[in-house]
Design a protein around this ligand. Structure first.
Ligand SMILES: Cc1cc2nc3c(=O)[nH]c(=O)nc-3n(C[C@H](O)[C@H](O)[C@H](O)COP(=O)(O)OP(=O)(O)OC[C@H]3O[C@@H](n4cnc5c(N)ncnc54)[C@H](O)[C@@H]3O)c2cc1C
Length: 463
């Protein structure tokens, strides 16, 4: 239940950041009350601090006056993480957006949280370095949000997700103390690993104000391959065949026919030849000779399991065209006008064929349109239940299908979220995957960081 802000609270916050960095008008409260999930509750106040000290002062005020505090990065999250569930204050990190240092000797970057992911990538690539995590939202999402969600992307197959690149953090505890975790060194085993505990903590344990990221040398060459298949089963078989051949390309993405037809309708032109039931987009990177060898092995593997056509991007424009289809998938599905209930389930790689069998079954059992695509190499598939939002019976069937999907994924030894986190959208389902003992332990960790429960309440744990 939302409570009004305590007397004098807004004035105290205004003192900290100055009146020009506070928003309380209806349009702003609505805008900061939504993320990509398009659900949630508007805050009572939006505060836009510029320094760690200001963030700490706001946290102290919220903690003393028991006001809910929700941290917001770029607001591209899919599970309502950056959105209040019952009012309070949204602390938007948008003014903490500087790349502080690119350290070419120690191969690291130090950034404030709201640097846009693609801006950091471009900046480090100019220095011949590489920051691999590449969520499809990279042109809009922030590094802070990526760290808080442990974002992944196509390149996670070879390079891992965001957590592999986080060396150190500066963070403000909900009680207002400033802590520095980790170090610039690539090894550190002193005490508990608080850095990795904060990675993926969805803004529920601390407010991240500075991030030290590990970089690697930029791979000198890359090549992208598109393989067309007559049906989804052949494409899934190709993924298994490639993994068995010990091919680990930088990315191995699968797109099904429903998703491809959404892109076609969105763009108003064919994106693949008629009769294509699924595609794989595969990218290899590294030294030129290794790239050539890997792409040949991928092409052979795809042909062996019956690919209709295999082609390699001739140049960067061609490559961009292929990846553009992949990047447009979410927008195209949204443009259908249907409600897109987006899940990012993940199964062990060898279970990807089973997961696609589950999806076929759910389509039949619940009479739903389901579009699936994603990081097949990691077993992380975006399963989108496409629902007529004006049809209550279809919405009810989608709810049942959602639970059935999660139960089946956990039975396949997978996880209900590989990338997007839990937020409030998936909180009712965590008991399908986590034991009561694990949930109780997590709640004790949460209480140790946030004894008054003011930071991002209503997230991760069911109410
Ligand atoms: C079109 C589209 C494509 C996407 N593709 C991918 C994808 O490929 N892979 C993927 O992983 N995700 C993807 N996402 C989801 C989303 O972009 C990621 O979860 C991203 O990491 C969120 O970053 P953000 O800056 O928008 O964070 P927000 O949405 O603002 O916040 C997300 C969570 O992080 C917390 N948070 C933000 N900043 C901080 C901070 N400084 N300190 C502490 N907590 C903080 C918030 O409280 C919230 O709980 C996609 C989203 C869209 C809309």
């Amino acid at each position: 239940m939302a409570r009004p802000l305590p007397e004098g609270f807004a004035a105290a916050v205004r003192e900290v950041v100055g009146p020009e960095h506070i928003r309380a008008d209806v349009a702003s409260l609505e805008a900061y009350g939504q993320d990509a999930l398009e659900q949630g509750h508007p805050p009572d106040l939006v505060v836009i601090p510029a320094t760690t000290r200001e963030v700490a002062a706001i946290a102290r005020l919220c903690n003393e006056r028991l006001v809910p505090l929700v941290v917001r990065g770029a607001g591209t999250g899919y599970t309502g993480g950056a959105v209040p569930t019952r009012g309070g204050v949204v602390v938007s990190m948008e003014r903490l957006n500087r790349i502080i240092e690119i350290d070419e000797t120690n191969l690291l970057a130090i950034v404030e949280p709201n640097v846009v992911t693609a801006d950091l990538q471009r900046a480090v690539e100019k220095a011949g370095l590489f920051y691999p995590p590449d969520p499809a939202s990279l042109d809009t999402s922030s590094i802070g949000g990526n760290v808080a969600e442990c974002a992944g992307g196509p390149r996670a197959f070879k390079y891992g997700t965001t957590k592999r690149y986080v060396l150190a953090l500066e963070a403000v505890l909900p009680t207002g103390e400033i802590v520095e975790t980790g170090s610039k060194a690539v090894k550190s085993v002193v005490g508990y690993d608080l850095t990795q505990l904060l990675v993926g903590s969805e803004g529920t344990l601390a407010i991240i104000t500075k991030i030290t990221l590990r970089l690697i040398p930029k791979p000198p060459a890359r090549a992208t391959l598109l393989a067309l298949f007559g049906d989804i089963q052949a494409a899934v078989d190709a993924v298994t065949a490639l993994i068995r051949r010990r091919v680990v390309p930088a990315s191995l993405e699968l797109v099904d026919a429903d998703s491809l037809s959404a892109v076609r309708d969105h763009l108003g032109r064919e994106v693949v030849p008629p009769g294509t039931g699924a595609v794989l987009i595969v990218e290899a990177d590294g030294m030129q000779s290794a790239v050539d060898d890997e792409i040949d092995r991928v092409a052979d593997g795809c042909r062996e399991v019956g690919a209709m056509r295999v082609s390699v991007a001739a140049d960067e424009n061609d490559r961009d065209r292929l990846w553009n289809v992949r990047r447009l998938l979410s927008a195209s599905l949204m443009a259908t006008g249907l409600l897109k209930i987006n899940h990012d389930v993940v199964v062990p790689r060898g279970r990807v064929p089973d997961l696609f069998r589950v999806i076929q079954e759910l389509k039949k059992t619940f009479g739903l349109r389901i579009a699936a695509f994603g990081h097949a190499g990691d077993g992380n598939i975006h399963v989108n239940l496409m629902v007529d939002r004006t049809n209550p019976r279809e919405l009810a069937r989608a709810k049942q299908a959602e639970r059935a999907l999660f139960e089946r994924v956990v039975a396949l030894e997978g996880s209900i979220s590989g990338e997007h986190g839990i937020g409030f959208a998936k909180a009712p389902y965590i008991g399908i995957e986590l034991s009561p003992e694990e949930i109780a332990l997590m709640k004790r960790v949460k209480a140790a960081f946030d004894p008054n429960g003011i930071l991002n309440p209503g997230k991760i744990f069911p109410a």
